[in-house]
Design a protein around this ligand. Structure first.
Ligand code: 3SL
Ligand code: MG
Length: 246
């Protein structure tokens, strides 16, 4: 099993992801939101690129859908929720379909179309993602959403932790130089907050007084499910027994 890594949604190349098992990471905060919503009983998540697309889907039946996401890290006018994972509580999401649009995370998911599998990963479900990858037994590309086409320290260290989980399960994993670097960086910085407090996006979220989001997203392995994208929709195939309490 080979593991490669792409550093931002803008750097995805079709030839690199074709037939691979992809993990999309936007730990601050889109993939943490999707994972939390699904863990709290959300039926499905529809990731879209534009606000207009999101409104068009949700307006078909406002009782069935929740509108979520952000622009410039802020709630979108007319939407139900912003991009804070803590908003996606069971009483809000259970039985609903979340239509979400975000600046980087949903772009990274859409950019990964053509891959064999597209898994949704974050620190909060990293170990479960690694276990799922082992069971798929295919070459892996970790797609970091990054921030507006730029490298993001937060997604990179999250990738490093997923690689660490993979290496604990299997010794025959071949890492590219960039995935090896993510792994080494994680090994030297296992306290995630101490490392990513220097990241630009961390600072932006902190300036918005969303420190609780940061604390939440920086926890490792509090959720055991792995959301997966197929044909326009993200679901969890075996979430019933594995749902953790958050
Ligand atoms: O870029 C994204 O997809 C978002 O997760 C960014 S934010 O953390 O909500 O600002
Ligand atoms: Mg991000």
């Amino acid at each position: 099993m080979k593991v490669d890594l792409i550093i931002s949604a803008d750097d995805i190349k079709q030839e690199k992801i074709l037939k691979k098992s992809i993990v999309v990471i936007d730990m601050l905060r889109a993939t943490s939101v999707i994972t939390t919503a699904m863990n709290n009983g959300c039926k499905a998540v529809v990731p879209v690129l534009t606000i207009e697309e999101a409104l068009e889907i949700a307006n078909k039946d406002r009782k069935k859908y929740i509108l979520g996401g952000e622009r410039k890290a802020l709630k979108i006018e007319g939407f139900d929720c912003a991009n804070s994972p803590l908003e996606y509580r069971r009483d809000i999401v259970e039985g609903k379909t979340l239509v979400i649009t975000t600046s980087n995370g949903t772009r990274a998911i859409q950019g990964s179309l053509g891959a064999k599998n597209i898994l949704i990963g974050a620190l909060i479900n990293a170990k479960a993602v690694a276990e799922k990858l082992i069971s798929l037994d295919n070459d892996v590309v970790i797609v970091n959403a990054g921030t507006l086409g730029q490298f993001s320290m937060d997604d990179f260290i999250c990738a490093g932790y997923i690689i660490d989980c993979l290496l604990r399960e299997r010794s025959d994993i071949e890492l590219t130089d960039i995935s090896k670097t993510a792994y080494y960086i994680y090994k030297e910085n296992q306290n995630i907050i101490s490392f990513i407090k220097y990241a630009s996006h961390y600072k932006r979220i902190k300036e918005l007084n969303l420190e609780e989001d940061l604390d939440y997203c920086c926890q490792k392995d509090i959720i055991n499910i792995v959301p997966e994208y197929n044909d326009g929709t993200i679901t969890v195939s075996d979430n019933k027994d594995k749902r953790a309490v958050v």
